[in-house]
Every structure is written in C-alpha cells, then in structure tokens.
Ligand binder design. Structure first.
Ligand SMILES: [Mg+2]
Length: 378
C-alpha cells in the first residue's frame, strides 16, 4: 500500500456548485513538436464553488489525442459521468483517491478534480497551496521549451532571447531532419547554456546510431526519444548512450516510473501532474525517484495561469531538483485569464504567487473573452 499523504485524511469540503468552462487562448508562437503543431491553447476548466470560495482546476488535455489519449472531450465525459458521482460519496480526500482507482487511466481527468478540491481546501484553510502540501516557499527555477522552428536561424534567435532572460535551462524540440545539425548550431553559438532536447517519441531503435551523435553536445538529457508507449526499448537505448534519457509520455503512474527505473530506461523523469493523475501522485512519484537517485522536474502543458500556478506550487517539493518547463506567461500568451502573470526575476527565478490557494485571481473580462463553452454540471 502506498504511504498516505497527511492531506488524504482531510475531509472533503462541501460543494455547492460545479461548472465546466472551456477556454481557447491564441499562442504568441505556434507550438510545434514532432507529432503536432498547436496554434492555441484550448483548456477545460473545472469551477468549484463552496460557500464564498471558488476554486479552479485546469485539465491539461488537448482537444486532440496527439500528445496523449485523453482529450478535453474524454475528460468532460469521465469527470461528469464517473468521477464527480464519487466525490459526493467520499468523506476524505483519501477515500476519493481510492475510489478514483476504480476508473482505469484518465489521469488528466482525475487530476482536474483532485487539484481543484485541494486548491479549495487550501483556500478554506486560508493558506497557500504549497503550505497545505507541506512545503515552505522557495523560488522556482525556470525553463523554456522552444517548439520546432522553420529555420535554424529562427531557433538561434529564440535560444538567444531565452539566454538573455536568464532561463535556467533551454529545451528545444527535435524531430527527424531537425535534430543533430540543429543542436550543433545551438551548441556552437551557446557553449555554456544548459541545453536539452525533446523528441516526443519521434524515433525508433533503428535510429540508435543517429541518436548517439547527440552525445557530442553535452545535453542535460534527451526527453522521450522513442515511442510514447515504450519503456523497454528506452532501456536498450540508454545502455548505449552517455546522455541521460528522460521519460515523459511513457510514465502515467508510479508503477510505470518504478518499472522505468528498475529497467534503467531513464536517469531523469519529467513529472507532469496532469499526466500522472494529480498533485499527490506527483509527490509520490517524486519521492520514489529521490529514493532511487533519479532526478525529476515538472513538465508543462502550455497551461493557462491556473495550471501554471499549480505547477509552481508543486515544485516547492524538495525532490524537484531540476529546472522544469515553467516559463513566463508572455512566452505563450499575449494575455492570460489569470493574474499575476508568471515573470522571471533578474536571475531567472520565479516567485511563488502569494495568498490562499494558488495565489492567483481570474480576470472576469478576459475569462469571458476566451470562453468558447460552458456547462453547469451540478
Ligand atoms: Mg516532453
């Protein structure tokens, strides 16, 4: 049995009303990966009202199944028809999480509900989310994820801008035809930048000799080079490469993480709280990784200010030792639905938003402007 987080014994707060609100925010730059290019962020939000408090959960699923099998539509279905009925029958957060296990998979849907309830609990206690989770405030390291660009010069410009901003690490997306030579160009111009690449599963073991060329560039890691559903072949590849491999898409549960660590499939884990089913599963996974000498960082799903703030609070957990995908709001959106926007200080760090819960407020006008659908659930 997994050890309980103290929060799991807390009674669930009473819920007066729940609504889905779907927003669509245009990106400043189209975000290209080896599998898909997105020009805007569509997010399913869960609004939970309890007395005078309103808390928000953001589902990290995309409207399409190109990063993960879950979509905003599958999440709506799973939340409404299978997860929310359980909320009403659960006494504590722990009861709820046990009942959620009856639903197989759908971590993004589960995380939406769990996270909204935990944020609501923090608000009702009048404390910041990180305090409720048990972690003191600390500044968070920043990291930027640069999508695929049309030309190497455009990529170099983007890396230059990130270095000027003092991001603690730069991630560039790669795919076949935009990999070794593009990395060489970046490394040639930015010898000291902490650099990593993310392939989003774009290669196979047939590409091993090609991928091994990346060992020449002193990368922090190569993220998810092989299939989204594989662990074993990553172990085969890791044995042949000096550069640490990091798994993202392949890791949906703590059991996946344990399998990957046992097999030597990676030396680093990207923990996206949405992908793994919420805050508490993320904390468990990070603790397992720390026990086994595996470093972790918090991945991003280009979230609005709601999910972005949640990821910042999660990274106060001491086992998040590497810079994550948390970057400035302006890197993604001309305007966001939440205030304050995430900004970097002069040394590239990000401050924890202060105040109860996430420490953010939603601007009603901007929320209205970007809302494309709403649904009263109960
Ligand atoms: Mg990734």
């Amino acid at each position: 049995m997994k050890p309980l987080h103290p929060l799991e014994q807390e009674p669930l707060p009473p819920i007066d009303r729940m609504d889905f609100i779907t927003v669509r925010l245009p990106f400043v730059h189209a975000f290209g990966t080896s599998v898909q290019t997105w020009t805007n962020k569509e997010a399913l939000l869960l609004r939970v009202a309890s007395g005078s408090e309103v808390a928000w959960g953001e589902c990290v699923a995309d409207p399409d199944p190109y990063y993960a099998y879950e979509t905003t539509q599958t999440a709506r279905h799973i939340i409404k028809d299978f997860l929310l009925p359980v909320v009403e029958q659960s006494r504590t957060l722990g009861d709820l999480l046990v009942a959620f296990r009856h639903v197989r998979g759908h971590g993004m849907a589960k995380a939406t509900v769990e996270n909204a309830l935990i944020v609501l609990m923090a608000q009702r206690h009048g404390v910041a989310l990180h305090t409720l989770l048990g972690y003191p405030a600390r500044k968070i390291m920043s990291g930027i994820s640069i999508g695929l660009r049309e030309t190497p010069d455009e990529l170099l410009d983007a890396v230059h801008a990130a270095v000027q901003k003092r991001y603690h690490r730069v991630k560039m997306k790669i795919k076949k035809g935009k990999d070794v030579e593009w990395v060489a160009r970046v490394r040639d111009r930015f010898a000291d930048v902490r650099l990593m690449v993310d392939a989003n599963g774009g290669y196979t073991l047939d590409d091993t000799d090609h991928l091994k060329k990346l060992d020449a560039f002193d990368l922090m890691m190569i993220e998810q080079p092989l299939s989204y559903s594989d662990i074993v072949q990553h172990a085969t590849l890791q044995k042949q490469m000096r550069t640490p491999l990091c798994l993202d898409e392949s890791i949906l549960t703590v059991d996946d993480a344990r399998a990957a660590i046992d097999l030597g499939a990676c030396r680093i884990l990207n923990i996206k709280q949405g992908r793994v089913g919420g805050l508490l599963e993320s904390i468990r996974m990070a603790a397992l990784a720390a026990e086994r000498g595996i470093e972790v960082w918090s991945g991003g799903m280009d979230e609005t200010g709601i999910g972005r703030a949640l990821n910042i609070h999660l990274q106060t957990a001491p086992s998040f030792t590497l810079p994550g995908d948390t970057s400035e709001t302006s890197n993604y959106f001309h305007e966001d639905i939440a205030d304050p926007p995430v900004v970097l200080d002069e040394n590239g760090f990000i401050a924890i938003p202060t105040g109860p819960g996430l420490g953010i407020t939603l601007d009603p006008h901007r929320l209205e402007r970007y809302t494309i659908a709403r649904e009263h659930i109960r």
